[in-house]
Design a protein around this ligand. Structure first.
Ligand code: CA
Length: 388
């Protein structure tokens, strides 16, 4: 049988190649043993029938493997579901100013919110920190309390009728009655306090990093896992003042030292939209104005009041993206992630399975060419093969 094979090797280069490959990977004798199995000596007709039935089974399996792999690779090449090379690009929006009211330009704004038709503002700097209530029609400060000189006030949020005000490096937050601004108590936390917002279910807390921490509204305790904020699939740092409108599924934040606001999905941390407010500075503000640092959602008109450190005015603007937009972005992110996994799996599949399928393909072609060139089927036993 081996002699017959050697003849075919000389007569046909393709067959020779496959046989050479088979010998190189030391599979030939194994395959022959599998095909020969322990059977009695066959007649010519029996052997031909046996070859067809045995070869047909192996060929079918090999063809199925080939079709499977070909289908997977073809689908990957042609599929439009692969979006890994197309990362989401955050849409940048420049909102129009709807209304302007004056702002105390000595106020170093660190936190802003709207409650019961009033603007509540937290201002910073040592020796100048305050908590104040502002008339939304006139911009006049109606109530104000000063903090101790030891504290640099930061973010501000409200839970029911209770105000929560952070301090920068004091590791302490203050709790006030929202009507009288009476100090009711305090709580402590680790690290720096920057921004704070409440969505009525919980609070979000920023510390100037690329992550937000969730705080329980019931006992002001921190949850374990922070939310990482990603802009175009990369973490974005210096998250500062926050606003999280009730039931929106979104967190609005401004970036320290920049006149822009981003809207973030509460569930994934993905940035949905960026609002570019640089035109407001150039059109309305002056050289003494610091960076934008106040965002307050007004539920009475579904718009936002914004201002900044030592700004001249508050501005009413429309920052309404929708949580559906964020869900769409999340789906794209999941799709992209899934595609990445698919590609990796198929590459692994190709690396590990394709080489093992080579002997099957070799055997198929070997048998096809052998049947075409073989006129007298060999006969013998398994022992004959080993002797050769
Ligand atoms: Ca706010």
């Amino acid at each position: 049988m081996l002699a017959s094979s050697k003849t075919e090797t000389r007569n046909n280069g393709v067959v020779g190649l496959f046989l050479s490959l088979s010998r190189d990977i030391r599979v030939t004798s194994c395959l022959l043993q599998v095909n020969a199995r322990l059977r009695p000596i066959l007649t010519s007709m029996e052997h031909r029938s046996y070859m067809i039935s045995e070869g047909g089974g192996g060929k079918s399996v090999s063809i199925l493997i080939f079709i499977l792999l070909f289908s997977i690779f073809s689908s990957l090449v042609s599929s439009d579901s692969i979006s890994i090379d197309e990362p989401h690009i955050v849409e940048v929006i420049s909102p129009e100013v709807i209304q302007v009211i004056p702002h105390d330009s000595s106020a170093f704004t660190q936190g802003l919110l709207v409650h019961n038709g009033k603007i509540y503002e937290s201002t910073g700097l040592y020796g100048e920190s305050s908590l104040r209530i502002i008339n939304t029609s006139t911009g006049v400060v109606e109530q104000i309390i000063q903090l101790s000189d030891n504290y640099f006030a930061e973010g501000l949020a409200i839970i029911n009728n209770t105000l929560i005000q952070l301090t920068w490096k004091g590791n302490i937050g203050f709790i006030y009655n929202s009507t009288s601004l009476e100090l009711l108590g305090n709580f402590t936390y680790e690290g720096e306090g920057w921004g704070l917002c409440s969505n009525h279910n919980n609070l979000w807390f920023s510390d100037g990093s690329y992550q937000l921490s969730k705080i329980s509204s019931e006992n002001l305790s921190f949850f374990d896992e922070p939310l990482t904020i990603e802009y175009n699939n990369s973490p974005i740092n210096m998250i500062n003042e926050l606003e999280c409108p009730f039931n929106s599924g979104l967190i609005y934040a401004n970036i320290w030292l920049e006149d822009r606001i981003i809207s973030i999905s509460e569930s994934t941390g993905d940035v949905c939209f960026e609002y570019d407010l640089t035109n407001i500075r150039s059109q309305y503000e002056n050289e003494n104005s610091g960076e934008l640092n106040g965002i307050a959602y007004d539920s009475s008109n579904s718009l936002f009041w914004i201002t900044g450190k030592n700004w001249s005015n508050y501005y009413l603007v429309d920052l309404n993206g929708t949580s559906q937009d964020c869900q769409l972005i999340e789906q794209l992110a999941i799709k992209s992630s899934t595609s990445s996994v698919e590609i990796i799996l198929v590459i692994i599949l190709g690396i590990f399975i394709m080489p093992f399928s080579w002997p099957f393909f070799g055997l198929i072609f070997y048998k096809l060419f052998r049947r075409q060139t073989q006129h007298t089927p060999p006969s013998g036993t398994i022992e004959d093969v080993h002797e050769e």
